[in-house]
Design a protein around this ligand. Structure first.
Ligand code: DGY
Length: 438
């Protein structure tokens, strides 16, 4: 590991080659105004992938960065929902496609969402345009203002449809909404969901080794949930009332909190004073909501199963993400840093998405252990914001070393550093450009 870091630091060429390669990946995965996460395995536009891609583009092309967000918001519903997939064109290498979702939108989309990162991305782009020149151009500001209005509607959707009782925490109604699809955190709640009775053919396991992907029992239930919501006409109230899967994901709530704080900054920048007041009140309520997900026994945050009304005692990387939101007390930040550092000490490369000493840790299987560049970015920046600079730097160095060893893979084995999943991955390239290789 140290050898890798030394190599990275001592060979300046390697760094600039990697930066060129990362730019090239974003360009190659550009399908004309939007970026696919990777060829074949994910041939459409994904919500949070795109937000990270926009931040990657911002390091060398502000116009293209804004276009990425504009394309994503071309799929926004009248309700404010920004779906997790926008099917801009046909492709037969992915399941479930637009017919399975049956949302009747133009362009066709899925009917659920994903962790919201677009206010953070827009703030990032504006900062990048500030430092790249005398300041954002009039055109950049006008486009940013138009996006801001749409992001506001998206946040209001989260509050209205995923926290209708105003508790301060939003729920996910599908594991895919968390972004960490097969995390062991969902196992118990998902087992209570019936499997679909309709045969279907997965495409992912034809493209990637099945030991790196979710298991079949999970897919049977992922598809059941899609079919159920489709039968409810994707109506938010009916989905909320009838879902068999309703979890307050700590990861999503933390990311939403950070995005909402960035949205408040945008509202201030655009002089939208009433919105600033309204969002500040909502942020206070969200803060109280996060507090209810703290586990004193674990010294970190957990998710809450809302149908069973209990914390899910399965710690994952998501329990550290409130650091990214940036509002932890020194005591809680120290507790989170301490536990995260313990997980990293059990790995060769950090940060694993499950602790290697947890019974469900699986070093190759998607969100059950592997290291993800975007998660490392959020954890590291969150630690830095709370003054835990050494650990923040360690995670950043691990990320750079993983990229140097295994390229811009979708995710990495924390024990060997092997690149896993989809090969040439846009958001890993974006993280390299915006953060890990800077
Ligand atoms: C997938 O298909 O693996 C995605 O993560 C769901 O959006």
């Amino acid at each position: 590991m140290d050898g890798q870091i030394d190599r990275l630091q001592s060979v300046g060429d390697l760094r600039s080659n990697l930066i060129d390669e990362a730019r090239d990946i974003l360009r190659r995965n550009d399908r004309g105004g939007y970026t696919v996460p990777t060829d074949a395995l994910y041939p459409f536009q994904w919500n949070w992938d795109s937000a990270f891609c926009a931040m990657g583009f911002a390091s060398f092309d502000i116009d293209r960065a804004l276009t990425e967000l504009e394309s994503l918001y071309s799929g926004q519903w009248a309700s404010g929902l920004v779906p997790h997939i926008i099917f801009h064109r046909d492709a037969d290498t992915y399941f479930p496609g637009p017919q399975v979702w049956g949302t009747h939108q133009t362009p066709p989309t899925s009917g659920i969402s994903q962790p919201p990162v677009t206010a953070s991305a827009l703030a990032y782009i504006l900062n990048a345009s500030q430092s790249a020149s005398a300041g954002p151009s009039q055109d950049t500001l006008a486009r940013a203002r138009a996006l801001y209005q749409k992001i506001l509607a998206y946040h209001d959707w989260w509050a209205r449809e995923r926290d209708p009782n105003g508790t301060g925490v939003v729920a996910i109604l599908h594991p895919w909404e968390s972004g960490s699809d097969n995390s062991p955190v969902w196992d118990e709640a998902l087992k209570a969901v019936p499997p679909t009775q309709n045969p279907f053919q997965r495409r992912d396991v034809a493209l990637v080794d099945s030991d790196m992907r979710p298991k079949q029992w999970e897919y049977d239930r992922y598809i059941y949930l899609v079919e159920l919501y489709r039968s409810l006409g994707w109506n938010g109230d009916r989905m909320w009332a009838q879902t068999p899967f309703k979890v307050a994901d700590i990861g999503l709530n933390a990311i939403l909190m950070r995005d909402e704080l960035d949205l408040i900054d945008l509202a201030e920048r655009f002089g939208d004073d009433d919105t600033v007041k309204r969002l500040k009140a909502r942020a206070l309520q969200r803060r109280k909501g996060l507090d209810r997900l703290w586990s004193e026994a674990r010294g970190m945050y957990l998710s809450r199963d809302l149908l069973r009304d209990r914390l899910v005692d399965v710690p994952s990387h998501a329990g550290f993400l409130p650091l990214w939101a940036g509002q932890e007390t020194p005591e809680r930040a120290a507790s989170l840093a301490h536990e995260l550092s313990r997980w990293i000490s059990l790995s060769r490369f950090g940060a694993p998405t499950m602790s290697p000493d947890h019974a469900e840790f699986d070093q190759r299987r998607y969100w059950r252990g592997p290291v993800w560049g975007i998660i490392n970015w959020m954890l590291s920046e969150g630690l830095r914001r709370h003054g835990h600079v050494a650990l923040a730097d360690e995670i950043k160095h691990h990320t750079a070393a993983l990229i140097a060893q295994s390229g811009f893979s979708e995710y990495f084995d924390p024990l060997t550093g092997e690149g896993l999943g989809g090969g040439v991955f846009s958001w890993t390239a974006a993280v390299g450009l915006a953060w890990a290789l800077d």
